[in-house]
Design a protein. Structure first.
Length: 440
């Protein structure tokens, strides 16, 4: 028996080494693809092929935020070289991507292409995290690889990895948080993976930090989603303990670790940092009490381009009470999953480049729609797997909240890219399982 057990452990360890090696190879491929795509866009496509869309320095003329971040980063980098590193700040004028870029520019050159390796690391790592989420349900590595290809190769992702934006950091942060919580409760149920539970806490904290750097309000959202999930799972663990399927010691261990991660990631004073308004200030500015005021202020701030853009949606929606917000939830879920809608695909954008991008997004959304057709089967097939439900809880909640806060489709498309691609990956896994069952 000991020999068999030893052989089993050796085989499991060898399998883990092989999987890590495969993940590293795939990460390198994703990293190289992102680097080459960025170089092509910045150095060939914009300057020579689509020069009318070029704002100079590899920047897209319609990427207003990227142009702003670049200008702030270049100015701050020059100040750092003149005054010293005491001049550096994480969020100059409230923009963390500019602060990070300034630090890189200060030690290299103030050119957009110097950010390519960093952005490629963010994009490739996020893809690997999504791959690991899919592998929890579909353990066939080659088949699971197909599930993350849309995330990697969709052209719209170049808006942040080939430019300078918040989304690369935020997307990686969100998928790390999802993976961390999934891994935490998956190991908690088995109660034989304390080391993995501790590792999952590292994932959650790392993801929360990345999100907090660029979008503090979303770090708050994910923290409270984690709290809701923890309360629900606490009830499940208590019921298992009562049914004697779980020892009291096991229950105590899980909850102590759970309280640890909640205490660390639950936001306290992050909104009092320079350049970021507190909840109270937001509520007073919008003249609404408490969280309703915060939601309205965030919706106003995050959709500030609606006045000049051509991709606004439901801008006349007003929330005067919690009831109004709850009644809008079904509409928010619809927008979160399916916007931009087909009737918006042929519309004109604010720039010639954004008009073209709408056509590209139309093709991407066709892929999303096709994938979502298999969501019911995916849910049914893996309905007994706790991993599926935790992934869906976070992903669907984030889609809904993003649609609740953002009334600009262009901004929403970028911000919701992470969670929608996680769901698309699961749906492709469901499609693969459908084919397997049909062949049998």
């Amino acid at each position: 028996m000991k020999t068999c057990s030893g052989n089993a452990q050796h085989t499991k360890g060898l399998s883990g080494i092989i999987k890590i090696g495969s993940l590293l190879k795939v990460w390198i491929l994703f990293f190289l693809y992102t680097c080459l795509a960025s170089i092509f866009i910045q150095c060939i496509l914009l300057p020579y092929i689509l020069s009318k869309w070029h704002a100079g320095g590899g920047l897209l003329i319609s990427s207003i935020d990227s142009i702003l971040f670049q200008r702030i980063a270049v100015d701050l980098a020059a100040k750092i070289k003149t005054i010293g590193w005491l001049a550096w700040e994480l969020r100059p004028q409230g923009y963390a991507p500019a602060g990070i870029a300034a630090a890189i520019y200060a030690i290299t050159v103030p050119k957009l292409w110097t950010l390519i390796p960093l952005h490629a690391v963010l994009h490739a790592t996020a893809a690997i995290v999504i791959l690991r989420l899919v592998l929890l349900l579909l353990p066939d590595f080659k088949k699971a690889l197909f599930c993350v290809l849309p995330f990697v190769v969709y052209p719209s992702a170049a808006n942040w990895y080939a430019q300078i934006h918040k989304d690369g950091y935020a997307i990686l942060g969100l998928v790390l948080i999802i993976y961390g919580w999934v891994l935490f409760f998956k190991e908690a149920i088995k109660l034989d993976g304390i080391r993995m539970m501790l590792l999952s806490i590292v994932y959650i904290i790392s993801g929360a930090f990345l999100v907090w750097i660029v979008r503090p309000y979303m770090e708050m959202v994910t923290a409270y989603l984690g709290l809701c999930l923890s309360l629900f799972m606490f009830c499940i663990f208590v019921s298992l303990c009562i049914a004697k399927r779980l020892t009291f010691k096991g229950l105590l261990t899980v909850m102590v670790l759970n309280l640890l991660v909640i205490f660390v990631v639950l936001p306290r004073n992050i909104f009092k940092m320079p350049g970021i308004e507190t909840f109270e200030v937001r509520a007073q500015r919008i003249n609404k009490p408490g969280m309703i005021g915060v939601i309205l202020a965030l919706r106003e701030d995050l959709s500030i381009q609606d006045a000049i853009g051509k991709s606004s949606i439901d801008t006349d929606t007003q929330f005067s009470s919690l009831t109004d917000i709850l009644l809008y939830v079904p509409r928010a879920i619809q927008i979160g999953f399916f916007a931009p809608f087909p009737n918006q695909w042929p519309a004109q954008g604010s720039f010639e480049s954004t008009t073209f991008q709408r056509k590209v997004v139309a093709i991407e959304m066709l892929g999303v729609y096709l994938a979502l057709l298999f969501l019911p089967f995916t849910v049914w097939y893996w309905r007994k797997r706790i991993e599926l439900w935790i992934i869906l809880f976070f992903s669907v909640s984030l889609l809904m909240i993003h649609a609740l806060l953002i009334s600009n489709i262009g901004s929403l498309y970028r911000v919701r890219y992470g969670p929608i691609m996680v769901i698309v990956g699961l749906c492709i896994a469901g499609f693969i399982k459908t084919i397997e069952l049909h062949r049998r």
